[in-house]
Design a protein around this ligand. Structure first.
Ligand SMILES: *Cc1c(COP(=O)(O)O)cnc(C)c1O
Length: 387
């Protein structure tokens, strides 16, 4: 039997703060009444701060993040349109497969699942596209399957300097509210996000933040769509309502989560995530293990992927850590299945939680007789006490 709190240190869903859980447990209200519309309008305003997108139109879907991917694609692209995507890992691949299944032509630029988007390759593709056949570029900001964060601001700057009219869509599902992201300043057209990672909510709602340009594009787009259509959503949201039943209680939670986030302050939140990421990296390096991300400037602040030796079964290690120390770590996805573990250090989190998590990993390494040096936790503690 396990006692005490379970350590949910997968990179999403993340730990939900008690006050958010309490908010969610409130009685459901009429989603066509005045109390509800006041809340929606308040939420929409605060959401614009989180995405640094005062000029954006936030759209909230009752769905998982995958639904928000689909919404972004079907509102912008028409059947047979060409879309450029970059292979950062499992999530970019799922988004690519979806685009293909929906009838779009995907140019998927190959990656190594250990690095971020190669902006030069994107620019090369767009420069060759003299007839502007590429209608959209879809990028994942923080690749949750690898722990790699791409430099979106640099990439969009380069794209804009080319004067290519492609719509830029960015998946921020595991970065929003954890790693700096600027919808307006970086000139993003569609930002895709979800509830269950940095926003500290249970799964169940997802977002599109859309620019005026993207909204105009969607109006002339002929792709058949209904549930995901931005038009009715934007019209209803303007007065605080939805065209269909929203996730009322998750929105109660979002209302509370946004209060918590604005109280701490976005920039402080980013620094806290960076500090916890750095302490984790110190621990991994002390253990003598390999961080999956190759480039230090692309290390993710929301999670760390650890690549184990070829003869080690990563899921065996995860199981020991779960059974012995009541701690869930992220599994390897896609081509990293069984080869890596992922430590989530995002959302509602603090120093003792990180040290507890890292201790579980260090004890697990010893119990599974994986070749490593001890002292990773001590090194992380020293890092945290001095920073
Ligand atoms: C979690 C995640 C998704 C998928 O979201 P679901 O809610 O599981 O549909 C997509 N992209 C990234 C980067 C993610 O971290």
């Amino acid at each position: 039997m396990q006692t005490g709190k379970h350590f949910l240190q997968i990179p999403g869903p993340t730990n939900v703060p008690d006050s958010v859980l309490r908010a969610i447990s409130n009685p459901t209200i009429d989603h066509r009444g005045p109390e509800f519309s006041d809340m929606t309008l308040r939420i929409i305003n605060l959401l614009k701060n989180i995405v640094k997108g005062q000029n954006s139109i936030p759209i909230i879907f009752p769905s998982s993040g995958t639904g928000a991917w689909e919404a972004a694609l079907v509102n912008i692209l028409s059947l047979g349109d060409k879309v450029l995507m970059f292979e950062t890992g499992h999530f970019s691949t799922l988004w690519k497969n979806m685009a293909h299944n929906l009838g779009f032509k995907v140019d998927y630029v190959k990656g190594d699942w250990r690095s971020g988007v190669d902006s030069d390759r994107i620019i090369e593709k767009l420069s060759e596209d003299n007839f502007h056949e590429i209608k959209a570029v879809c990028l994942v900001h923080n690749e949750t399957s690898t722990g790699v964060t791409s430099n979106i601001s640099e990439i969009t700057k380069k794209i804009k300097s080319l004067q290519h009219p492609a719509i830029i869509m960015v998946d921020t599902i595991s970065s929003l509210g954890s790693i700096d992201y600027q919808h307006d300043n970086w000139d993003i057209d569609v930002t895709v996000s979800g509830s269950q990672k940095g926003l500290m909510l249970p799964p169940g709602i997802a977002f599109n933040f859309i620019s005026r340009k993207a909204l105009e594009y969607s109006k002339s787009n002929s792709y058949n769509r209904s549930y995901w259509d931005w038009g009715e959503m934007a019209k209803n949201n303007a007065s605080g309502f939805f065209p269909y039943t929203p996730s009322t209680n998750i929105l109660f939670g979002l209302d509370e989560a946004l209060k918590i986030l604005s109280k701490e302050g976005l920039e402080n939140i980013f620094l806290r995530h960076e500090r916890h990421a750095k302490a984790t990296q110190v621990a991994v390096k002390t253990w003598g293990l390999e961080i999956l991300a190759i480039n230090e400037n692309e290390y993710s602040n929301s999670l760390t992927g650890i690549l184990l030796e070829k003869n080690v079964n990563a899921d065996h290690l995860r199981n020991i850590i779960l059974e012995k120390f009541n701690t869930s770590l992220g599994t390897g996805l896609g081509k990293w299945s069984g080869k890596i573990i992922r430590i989530g250090h995002l959302g509602d989190f603090n120093d003792p939680m990180l040290i507890g998590t890292l201790s579980a990993v260090e004890m697990g390494l010893a119990l599974s007789e994986i070749d490593h040096h001890s002292g990773g936790v001590t090194a992380a503690m020293n890092y945290l006490s001095n920073k």
